[in-house]
Design a protein around this ligand. Structure first.
Ligand code: IPM
Ligand code: MG
Length: 353
């Protein structure tokens, strides 16, 4: 298996280094893994004047899976839009056709106290958000800023074709089948035509999955329900922008955004794996970041791209173990637990493996 390793910016290199340790430990144990590293985001801009350098894209295309850290940093915010780090991330998603973004939110019982919600609201939480990743207002044309009637206007286009909705619907129903067989489609059909079509296609696809109970929810209500009673959800499917927002909200249910991994898959289960959090420039380079979301992203890589459930379970088991041991990075630290650095957390997971 060939893995393209793209650390990116900010805390990206630190957290990816811990995930690489885990992969090296698996290799020492007999797994045949090849890894090659390349720059993306601000690092891509610094190295090659492009947030997604040609060589990085080529490496990612040739690999079986991509492991990504995070992109972005204040020093790049004044660059022209096409040169900004985020654009590199959006382009690699689009170029590799990674349309299905899986963002699980799972609460480890020991972390109930780290969540900003009451323990009884979040304990036992196990929810999966399937976010469409290559369409919507993120990519719709036309877009821009221009002068109309003597003043500047900014505009974007929210657009979904039925084939785009259908393919992510099939992924979401497939995942719901393997989970609690409850799928909630989130949109804003009371206002947006784009959402109206989304909902219609979901209802059509549902006919292929009679065992799955499909429900529909407006995104504003979904945001409220996620905070009010998150355990009512099993699997959520939603568009790109709503999924971006709801998955950040869902992350806090699990104690910290530093805990949540993600998988972005194409039609053939080739995938890019990344923590859902950003590059956290405020703590970058200080060995403080939580590497568990990235390590759990490696577990997802084994589960979805390598179809190796045993190894995925083994990695997740090692993470459970270090949490049970009371080891915590700053973001999930609570009174009575042991504060560790990013690299200490990585070492502990390797030891537990
Ligand atoms: C995410 C991030 C990205 C997104 C940014 C960095 C472009 O917030 O992966 O959720 O909006 O998709
Ligand atoms: Mg986001």
């Amino acid at each position: 298996m060939k893995i393209a390793v793209l650390p990116g910016d900010g805390i990206g290199p630190e957290i990816v280094a811990q995930a690489v340790k885990v992969l090296e430990a698996l290799r020492a144990d007999g797994a045949s893994i090849e890894m090659e590293t390349a720059p993306i985001g601000g690092a891509g801009y610094d190295a090659a004047g492009d947030p997604l350098p040609e060589a990085t894209l080529k490496l990612a295309r040739e690999a079986d899976a991509v492991l990504l850290g995070a992109v972005g940093g204040p020093q790049y915010d004044t660059l022209d839009r096409p040169l900004r780090p985020e654009r590199g991330l959006l382009r690699i998603r689009k170029e590799l056709n990674l349309f299905a973004n899986l963002r699980p939110a799972l609460l480890y019982p020991e972390l109930a106290g780290a969540s900003s919600l009451k323990p009884e609201v979040v304990s036992g939480l196990d929810l999966m958000i399937v976010r469409e990743l290559t369409g919507d207002v993120y990519f719709g044309q036309p877009r821009g800023i221009e002068v109309r009637n003597g003043e500047r206007v900014g505009f974007n286009t929210m657009l979904y074709s039925e084939s785009e909705v259908r393919r992510v619907a099939h992924v979401a129903f497939g995942i719901a089948m393997k989970r609690g067989r409850k799928l909630c489609s989130v949109e804003k059909a009371n206002v947006l035509e784009c959402s109206e079509l989304w909902k219609e296609v979901m209802i059509e696809v549902a006919k292929d999955y009679p065992e799955v109970e499909l429900s529909h929810m407006y995104v504003d209500n979904a945001a409220m329900q996620l905070i009010r009673a998150p355990k009512q959800f099993d699997t959520i499917v939603t568009g790109n922008i709503f999924g971006d927002i709801l998955s950040d909200a869902a992350s806090m249910l699990s104690g910290s955004i530093g805990m949540l991994p993600s998988a972005s898959l194409d039609e053939h289960n080739k995938g890019m794996y990344e923590p859902i959090h950003g590059s956290a420039p405020d703590i970058a380079g200080r060995n403080l970041a939580n590497p568990l979301a990235t390590i759990l992203s490696v577990a997802m890589m084994y589960r979805y791209t390598f179809a190796d459930t045993a190894t995925a379970d083994r990695i997740e088991g090692a993470v459970k173990q270090v949490i049970a041991q009371g080891l915590r990075t700053g973001d999930i630290w609570t009174e009575g637990t042991q504060k560790v650095s990013c690299s200490e957390m990585g070492d502990a997971v390797v030891a537990a493996l």
